[in-house]
Write a protein that binds this ligand. Structure first.
Ligand code: BJW
Length: 246
């Protein structure tokens, strides 16, 4: 059987494998993507829910948007799929470091068993207090009347997510990992949103091999060393199996 890992991609275990994931990896778990025809931005304008300005203008609307998505994520039918599970296996069985950098705010990578993980766009199951800056694990609906369990003040809690115009989380750690990476893998992301969309160009400039695993060619598809297009639940387990087989 033909390997899905081309020869040029066999990475040095002394350098990290950096995996970027996006909404496409969670689609088969029942969570919507953003820019597909049936995606979130087809139902709601991003300017109305995914900027700080929108939150200041209409906090009830923004809270309602994230409350609905939080309830959806906590639905028992939403579970990690074969792609999340394969990445957890890669971290467990690969002889070197595997770092998963996810743009997703769901917790499906953690639930699958991935531990070396950065949520660069935040986490839906956390809330941040604008008064005391504390971040709390949060599974309930948020609203203006809810008090921060840390400082006790109302009207300060917001979803712990990164909106347009805000700085993504842990960028220095991501930058250091990309500098050292022996392989960059991008899964289920359309390549529209920066800085994540620029990671492939950064690694390419250093001569680091890269692979895209996505349903269709992303915006940056031509920059990858190799691309495999198909459902994440199929192409990711195949890729991980072949990488581990050497
Ligand atoms: C499947 C599949 C299956 C489907 N199997 N695949 C001009 C130029 C450059 C940059 C800018 C610019 N103007 C403004 C900017 C900056 C801006 C930006 O990028 N804007 C663009 C729209 C141009 N970026 C920002 O503001 C960011 N901050 C920033 O840049 O700060 C400055 C800074 C940079 C660096 C260091 C320090 C400071 C913040 C971006 C915040 C993004 N936030 C959101 C919403 C919040 C979280 C949430 O509510 O969930 O994050 S937007 C939304 O898009 C969400 C996602 O994480 C993000 C990426 O989406 P993703 O994951 O790619 O999803 P889709 O739907 O686009 O793609 C899914 C893919 O899966 C598709 O290709 C499908 O085909 C595929 N797929 N099913 C495999 N089964």
């Amino acid at each position: 059987m033909r390997s899905s890992v081309p020869e040029r991609l066999e990475p040095d275990a002394g350098r990290p494998v950096v995996v970027l994931t996006g909404a496409g990896i969670s689609k088969e778990s029942g969570l919507d993507t953003f820019r597909d025809l049936d995606g979130i931005w087809a139902k709601v304008r991003l300017e109305d829910v995914a900027t700080y300005e929108a939150f200041v203008k209409d906090p009830r609307r923004v809270h309602a948007f994230y409350n609905e998505r939080r309830r959806g994520l906590l639905n028992q039918n939403v579970q990690p799929n074969a792609a999340h599970i394969a990445l957890a296996r890669l971290e467990r069985d690969w002889p070197g470091e595997v770092l998963v950098v996810t743009q997703n705010i769901d917790d499906l990578h953690e639930r699958a068993g991935t531990t070396n993980l950065i949520h660069m766009h935040g986490e839906l199951l956390k809330a941040e207090c604008e008064h005391c800056r504390a971040v709390h694990v949060w599974h309930e609906d948020l609203g203006r009347d809810v008090r921060c369990p840390g400082c006790g003040r109302a009207a300060g809690l917001r979803p712990h997510v990164v909106w347009f115009g805000e700085t993504p989380l842990e960028m220095e750690r991501i930058g250091r990992a990309l500098d050292r990476a022996g392989l960059f893998v991008s899964i289920g992301t359309s390549g529209n949103v920066y800085p994540a969309a620029g990671f492939v160009a950064e690694t390419r400039a250093r001569g680091t091999p890269s692979v895209e695993l996505n349903l269709e060619p992303s915006e940056g598809a031509s920059l990858f060393t190799r691309a495999v297009h198909g459902l994440a639940s199929r192409v990711v387990p195949d890729f991980v199996r072949d990488l581990l087989a050497g």
